[in-house]
Design a protein around this ligand. Structure first.
Ligand code: CP
Ligand code: NVA
Length: 326
């Protein structure tokens, strides 16, 4: 049974850019999740060529497995096409300005997925683009991961509202930021477990509190990993060192070692708690092998749900959603 959250007339996502999670409203996030769940359940039966003739340009400054492949496969499922450029072909702002690259590409393709190092060139790129631009991960945000994570959480718990999530480790990174924004917007309270060096800023915590207010969700930061995780429904971590920050790897490992998610830490969470990680993972750094490969782990569902959530996002950005179960 599909939840009718909104009519297509209420949700005007067509033509929009998605650089961060709050570029979407909670209603729009709900729409993407509902459509994503529908596309997932219908994938072998009534998959429609909703994006026939459309092309997604995919520009990557950094490596990717999941983001690149899931978007490309998603476009294929929907009857469209994706093209990929990386390395010397695409470095935002090095060969030409982000604005010029965006204006040119907007003449060729119907939407553009961009993975950059810094977030600011992506903002300049999207401001000049005349087709939807989707952030495929920048230093600041990873909104597509957050949408897939919400879809996974909703599958596991049948709801989002009122759940509790702990993010343990580098709580300043892109995945933590987008996950926390998405969570509080949809009613999930967030605890961060991180040392002072990797704790979100007070300004970001205040931003999360504001975002969470309408649904009563809160955001708190703890120095103790155990206190952050106590009784939560979801324990989430990501790599200790993100792409582009490799020079900090040794320092990060020293600071974050007490924040490894292992069986002892998982046992402080609720007995039904799930473990989540965006992948790629480093076993026995940020997570022990027994946890990520154990029964509480949802990591491969998360990876699969990148496909379904992003297909829904593409359909929402490139069509008027008429006739869609949203
Ligand atoms: N989780 C994620 O974005 O993976 P990739 O870096 O492989 O795309
Ligand atoms: N925080 C990680 C996520 C990779 C998907 C990074 O930016 O490298």
């Amino acid at each position: 049974m599909l939840t009718m959250l909104a009519s297509a007339d209420d949700v005007a996502l067509r033509g929009r850019h998605v650089l961060t999670v709050p570029d979407l409203s909670p209603l729009e996030i709900g729409t993407v999740l509902t459509l994503g769940a529908h596309l997932k359940s219908a994938r072998n039966t009534d998959q429609l060529p909703l994006l026939r003739g459309k092309t997604l340009g995919m520009l990557f400054e950094k490596p990717s497995l999941r983001t690149r492949v899931s978007f490309e496969v998603g476009m294929t499922h929907l009857g469209g096409h994706a093209l990929f450029a990386s390395g010397n072909e695409f470095m935002v702002g090095s060969r030409e300005t982000p604005e010029d690259a965006a204006r040119v590409l907007s003449r060729y393709v119907d939407a553009i997925l961009v993975r950059t190092h810094a977030h600011e060139p992506l903002e300049r790129f999207s401001a000049a683009a005349t087709v939807p631009v989707i952030n495929g991960l920048s230093a600041a945000a990873h909104p597509c991961q957050a949408l897939a994570d919400l879809l996974t959480i909703r599958e596991r718990f049948a709801t989002l509202d009122g759940l509790r999530l702990a993010y343990v480790g580098d709580a300043r990174n892109n995945v933590a930021a987008s996950l926390a924004e998405a969570a509080v917007m949809m009613g999930i309270s967030v605890n961060f477990g991180a040392p002072p060096t990797h704790r979100p800023s007070e300004a970001f915590l205040a931003h999360l509190q504001e975002l969470g207010k309408p649904r009563g969700a809160t955001a708190r930061a703890f120095t103790s990993a155990i206190r952050a995780v106590r009784d939560v429904d979801i324990v989430y971590t990501d790599v200790w060192t993100s792409m582009g920050e490799e020079h900090l790897a040794e320092r990060n490992a020293a600071s974050l070692l007490p924040y490894r998610v292992d069986a002892a830490l998982m046992s402080a969470a609720a007995p039904h708690a799930i473990f989540m990680h965006c992948l790629p993972a480093h076993r026995d750094d940020e997570v022990s092998a027994d946890v990520i490969d154990g029964p509480q782990s949802a990591v491969f569902d998360q990876a699969e749900n990148r496909l379904h959530a992003q297909k829904a996002l593409l359909v929402a950005l490139l069509t008027d959603l008429k006739g869609m179960p949203v």
